[in-house]
Design a protein around this ligand. Structure first.
Ligand SMILES: [Mn+2]
Length: 427
């Protein structure tokens, strides 16, 4: 379902007068500080974050799942939902497929439909963390690290199949996240498990098309509660380096132990030229998969400071980063939740763009601790939502995406179209 552009522009008309005043005011204030407002708006307009195919249905926990009605039942409907988000926000023009939850069966009609919806295919995700109904061997004791070579071969072949699905759709990268590890001390040999994982990843890497990239995601615990083979950025980087120049680390915000300095990890990976992808979410305790920016917005801002300054640094050689939202929505309409996440991401991005990094470096070199902190906090305390609205208006997206979605009763339309009990496959 596409949203009629007339419907969006009529809704936008309600806000134009008030907006033009506040945009004028903020523009003047920022220009007085020497900030190039136009270039910031262009950058906001260009920023895109992929939506995973498993994020459009109600999420759940191991205790239960509560549907909200009108969930997308197949891949076409999922792409349709993403196009709704993209039409409203102008920032979600790609889908990240999870295989086998979303196996593309009719590739040509799917790619044509996605094109009509203005949606491209971002990284494809493999899954060897659960067994599928038709699967010969179990991943109960691991996949790429498994002691049995037959299980490893099956997991390697699955990743190769995922690459082939991605190639047919026009994807250019694969994300590998493993749950491999151990739940009890003594269960596995750490050195051998790491070595087998490395060899398996190298085998997958050999099947990577020359214009593709492989992202290796890390996570310290869960579902294994004693050890995870790829537990941290260092292990991920070690494996990516062992594979080759097309392999990179992927940072998922929720995949860190409490209080980890994620922005420093981002800076380190960027300086190594090995930051491939980014999964956004937020958390209070563990991998809570909450809405981006709902718990620790300042951490997100500090991460964007590293991304913006790192990618602008001519000495940093790092390919463009693949951004995706990796969150779950147990009590919200996922489309609204994703729009909240996009807003939080763009706010921090825009705030980071306000920072004069040359000036910041001067202050750092003079050890002006207070003034350096003042400089980054001044940007963080600027309400940049007016710039986001201006960027959306220029793209013919919605001034106020969630309000537009509500005022036009989009969820009710989806329920009418698909039924109250339609459920999305996946988590
Ligand atoms: Mn992730």
């Amino acid at each position: 379902m596409r949203i009629d552009s007339l419907l969006i522009s009529r809704h936008n008309d309600l806000f134009l007068e008030k907006h033009s005043q506040s945009f004028h005011f903020l523009s003047r204030e920022l220009s007085d500080k020497g900030i190039d407002v136009e270039s910031i708006i262009t950058k906001i307009q260009q920023f895109q974050v992929a939506i995973p195919s498993w994020a459009l249905g109600a999420g759940g926990t191991r205790f239960g799942r509560f549907s909200m009605g009108g969930e997308p039942g197949d891949l076409f409907q999922k792409i349709s939902d993403i196009s709704i988000i993209n039409d409203l926000t102008g920032a979600a023009g790609a889908v990240s497929l999870h295989i086998p939850w979303d196996i593309p069966e009719n590739v040509s009609s799917l790619t044509q439909y996605a094109r009509e919806c203005g949606i491209t295919f971002d990284a494809v995700n493999s899954n060897t963390f659960q067994d599928q109904a038709d699967q010969a061997l179990s991943y109960k004791y691991g996949s790429l690290c498994h002691t049995d070579i037959k299980v490893r071969e099956q997991a390697i072949q699955h990743n190769i199949d995922v690459i082939h699905y991605g190639e047919a759709l026009g994807s250019k990268s694969i994300t590998v996240w493993l749950s491999d590890g151990s739940t009890f001390p003594g269960q596995i040999n750490f050195r051998q498990a790491l070595s087998r994982t490395k060899e398996s990843l190298q085998e997958i890497y050999r099947h990577l098309p020359t214009d593709w990239r492989m992202f290796i995601e890390y996570k310290p615990y869960e579902p294994q509660f004693y050890s995870t083979v790829i537990q941290d950025w260092g292990t991920s980087h070690l494996l990516a380096s062992a594979c080759g120049p097309q392999a990179f680390s992927l940072v998922d915000l929720g995949h860190h132990l409490p209080n980890t300095n994620i922005e420093q990890i981002v800076a380190t990976l960027l300086s190594l030229g090995k930051l491939g992808g980014f999964h956004f979410n937020d958390s209070k305790y563990g991998d809570d998969d909450l809405t981006v920016g709902s718990i620790k917005p300042y951490q997100l801002y500090l991460i964007f400071l590293e991304l913006v300054s790192g990618l602008a640094d001519p000495t940093v050689v790092n390919p463009p980063i693949s951004y995706m939202i990796d969150a779950s929505h147990n009590v919200k309409d996922p489309l609204e939740d994703l729009m909240q996440s996009i807003e939080a991401i763009l706010i921090c991005y825009a705030q980071a763009l306000l920072v004069d990094f040359n000036k910041l470096n001067e202050l750092r070199n003079k050890n002006e601790v207070v003034l350096a902190q003042e400089l980054i906090q001044d940007a963080y305390r600027t309400d940049v939502r007016t710039l986001l609205r201006e960027a959306r208006l220029r793209k013919k997206a919605s001034f106020s995406p969630i309000q537009c979605y509500r005022d036009n009763e989009i969820r009710n339309q989806l329920i009418k179209e698909r039924g109250i009990s339609n459920k999305a496959k996946g988590l």
